[in-house]
Design a protein. Structure first.
Ligand code: CU
Ligand code: ZN
Length: 208
């Protein structure tokens, strides 16, 4: 299992108050572990009865990609949730130059040498494998392909409202899943996984 280097929640609480025709706005920011932040918000807002309260919570999970299948492919992935969107930003090193697939797989278990302990593609909607957004169906883990340069570095920037971090919806929650980088390219057609070759790097999306 990968260690989570940084798991924080940032919450902005805005309180609007009107008295004698005058509007005042107070903004409080809390940052830390989710449970702690929620406790602080509850304590703060308890005394603010009858005032307009707006709470925005930003979640962040950082995990490291560990080399698999005899490679040296490692990296860092940051997942952020804000305004109903989840962003994935990955920096990957030790790749062969060219196109590589990246997916979410079913289980955050990177213990096996070849990454197969993570299971198949995460597919909570029971659709076919395909390119993200395809009307013919796609897995909710089908992030797709990215390019690695001559120095073996690749970057992924991906954003979607079909995921969440640690929410109650099993079709959206990506906590407990794995991020897998492949040796080859996803052809976006072959079933069930795009014929992308060996699993060369793995990160479990876990919160502690
Ligand atoms: Cu995969
Ligand atoms: Zn797939």
């Amino acid at each position: 299992m990968e260690r989570v280097d940084d798991q924080t929640v940032k919450a902005t609480v805005t309180i609007q108050k009107e008295s004698r025709g005058e509007q005042t706005e107070t903004i409080e920011v809390y940052q830390g572990p989710e449970a702690e932040v929620k406790e602080k918000i509850a304590a703060y807002t308890q005394s603010k009865d009858g005032e307009a309260i707006e709470i925005e919570i930003r979640k962040k999970i950082k995990v490291s990609l560990n080399a698999k299948s005899g490679t040296q492919t490692t990296g860092m992935v940051t997942l952020t949730e804000a305004d109903g969107m989840v962003s994935l930003e990955a920096h990957i090193n030790g790749l062969s130059e060219g196109t590589h697939a990246i997916h979410l797989h079913e289980t955050a278990d990177c213990s096996s040498e070849d990454g197969t302990s993570t299971g198949g593609h995460w597919n909570p909607t029971f659709e076919n494998h395909g390119f993200w957004g395809s009307t013919d169906g796609f897995h909710r883990g089908d992030i797709g392909n990215f390019e690695a340069d001559a120095s073996g570095h690749g970057m992924v920037n991906f954003k979607t409202d079909l995921w969440c971090l640690d929410c109650d919806d099993p079709v959206k929650n990506i906590v407990g899943k794995a991020i897998i980088v492949h040796q080859g390219q996803d052809d976006l057609v072959s079933q069930p996984s795009g014929a992308a070759g060996a699993r060369i790097s793995c990160a479990g999306i876990i919160t502690e």
